[in-house]
Design a protein around this ligand. Structure first.
Ligand SMILES: Cc1cc2nc3c(=O)[nH]c(=O)nc-3n(C[C@H](O)[C@H](O)[C@H](O)COP(=O)(O)O)c2cc1C
Length: 326
């Protein structure tokens, strides 16, 4: 077992968290991760408010373990936040606020209903802002990760954030897909890890089978930081850039963003069709560099167990043998 203080805080067995990926998480995936002793998190940034309590009830019907829900702060609707908090999720997580948004009052509301607050950041100043607002757990997200990320790589960012926030527990995210990543994150001062891309390629993942296969096909070198998916959806993120597979969709528009803006509604409709039909060349495929470490599509619970077992073996056997007296 790998036990860190965040396991006690969140009442989880293993310090492994499923990133709350809107549109790429589902009740079965969340329950599978929580039932395996990690923390499953449902991405509800785009879920209609009336559906949120239903989803939270459905999670409670499939697991008795703690779980989380995740908002994208800059686009969170009040009705959706109210709906989520009224269902008292054990963990309320969020990321990507605008500079003018008040974190303290939101975190206070979550605390009032008994939720722990987890906040994901990509810079030291954002981590300090989240700590000052009362976050219980800070996720340091490196640029290697899939989806919307910042510019700093985990190797430098994580220990900087650990130092900056002092006693507040930090989880590492971005580029982690196996037990080596967990062991490295612990060495850098994290108390656990949060994974996105690795959980996309699982049996419970709601992604189209072609997209799961695309994660396996990626060698990790074929992702790119781009604003193309957000321009196509006419969605401006505060300070984030998207890490997407460099597929035909990205190649088509790279360097022609001006034209993409002009044809946005048409391209958004084509993107949606590609998502529905599993057209991996023409969809937005948000995946991290760690796709190069992913070679199978197991059950999500098996991922949690494997990661912990591999990290344990590293910490107990391989790494201690490297240290010699004298
Ligand atoms: C498809 C996809 C969707 C994501 N959506 C969200 C989201 O809605 N909210 C959020 O906080 N993070 C989101 N993320 C980021 C993850 O929470 C996490 O930080 C990231 O996946 C970690 O890097 P990794 O993919 O290398 O594991 C998303 C990531 C992916 C791959």
């Amino acid at each position: 077992m790998i036990q860190t203080p965040v396991c006690d805080l969140l009442q989880i067995r293993h310090p492994v968290v499923l990133g709350g990926m809107a549109g790429a998480t589902s009740v079965p995936l969340v329950a599978a991760v929580s039932n395996a002793g990690g923390l499953g998190t449902l991405g509800i940034a785009r879920t209609p408010a009336e559906q949120i309590p239903k989803d939270i009830n459905a999670i409670r019907e499939t697991t008795t373990r703690p779980f989380g829900v995740n908002f994208l702060h800059f686009m969170a609707r009040e009705t959706a936040i109210d709906a989520a908090l009224s269902a008292r999720p054990p963990v309320f997580s969020a990321a990507w606020p605008r500079a003018d948004q008040d974190l303290r009052s939101l975190f206070g509301r979550a605390h009032e209903v008994g939720s722990k607050v987890m906040f994901m950041v990509g810079t030291v100043p954002e981590a300090l802002r989240a700590k000052a607002a009362g976050a219980d757990v800070i996720v340091a997200q490196g640029t290697e990760g899939g989806g919307h990320v910042g510019w700093m790589a985990s190797m430098a960012l994580l220990p900087m954030i650990v130092d900056a926030v002092d006693q507040t527990p930090v989880l590492a995210a971005g580029g982690i897909a196996d037990g080596r990543g967990l062991a490295a994150a612990l060495a850098l001062g994290a108390q656990g890890v949060l994974l996105g891309t690795r959980f996309l390629a699982t049996t419970e993942s709601p992604l189209h089978p072609n997209f799961k296969q695309a994660v396996l096909d990626s060698d990790g070198h074929d992702t790119v930081l781009t604003e193309i998916p957000d321009i196509a959806r006419a969605n401006v993120w505060p300070g984030a850039i998207a890490r997407n597979r460099r597929n035909a969709f990205i190649e088509r528009w790279a360097g022609r963003e001006w034209e993409l803006r002009a044809r946005q509604p048409e391209v958004a409709a084509a993107l949606e069709r590609a998502r529905e039909t599993g057209d991996a060349d023409n969809a937005s495929l948000l995946i991290g560099q760690d796709a190069g470490l992913i070679r199978d599509i197991p059950a999500a619970g098996e991922i949690v167990e494997r990661i912990v077992a591999e990290a344990e073996a590293l910490l107990q056997d391989r790494l201690p043998r490297l240290v010699r007296k004298g």
